[in-house]
Design a protein. Structure first.
Length: 214
């Protein structure tokens, strides 16, 4: 029951922050949106900053879970990377662009929840590294030929993703296309091996040698 009430408060806080921004939202606003008293909100959270941190943690956890599910639901490293990065980056894009206060909320997240963001970045890097390691063992990638291991490559990928995340786009469709473009560039740069070169495609039959007439 306490967990359900806490989630209801966070749902209400999410809408308040999106509508008013962090600075203009009060605990009374959150309480009203949740349909409870302000005193009831304080039974679950110390202050507005505590609410924001809990909300940030929940958003990060949901984005990571979506990325993990997307990565395991597809095959082929390029498609896996596309699925993981789309889940992470599009979730961020929609969160920021659904509100006129998106930039303020990002700034507050950096101020109040930098440790949370850092922890989940590490977990995203770990997810990507596991996918890359599996792809190399399957012969899909040639990381060693580039002097990289899966962990180092995953760090680079997340750095590139952060640049795309910060750059934004005029619409979700444009952003989705950019994620796809980035994925292709990354897969190519990491030495992705075409399926035909791995023996997964149709092999040509050797040409028959004409017999000489004696």
């Amino acid at each position: 029951m306490a967990t359900e009430k806490r989630d209801e408060i966070l749902d209400a806080a999410y809408e308040c922050f999106a509508q008013y921004g962090f600075r203009r939202t009060s605990m009374q606003d959150v309480a009203k949106a949740a349909g409870i008293s302000r005193a009831a909100v304080y039974l679950h959270f110390k202050n507005k900053e505590d609410v924001f941190r809990a909300l940030s943690l929940r958003v990060h956890e949901r984005v990571l879970a979506a990325a993990e599910a997307a990565g395991t639901a597809t095959e082929g490293i390029e498609e896996q990377l596309r699925a993981v990065l789309s889940a992470k980056l599009l979730g961020h894009f929609q969160l920021v662009h659904r509100s006129l206060h998106g930039r303020e909320l990002l700034d507050e997240n950096n101020r109040l929840c930098g440790d949370v963001s850092a922890e989940y970045r590490t977990r995203h890097v770990g997810l990507v590294a596991r996918l890359l390691g599996g792809a190399e063992r399957a012969g899909e990638l040639r990381l060693r030929g580039l002097g990289l291991d899966a962990d180092a490559a995953a760090e680079l990928i997340m750095d590139c993703a952060k640049g795309l995340e910060d750059g934004g786009a005029p619409s979700a469709d444009v952003f989705r296309r950019r994620v796809g473009d980035l994925t292709r560039v990354l897969a190519c740069g990491l030495g992705a091996v075409p399926a035909t070169a791995r023996g997964g495609g149709t092999r040509r039959r050797p040409a028959k040698t004409a017999r000489r007439r004696g």
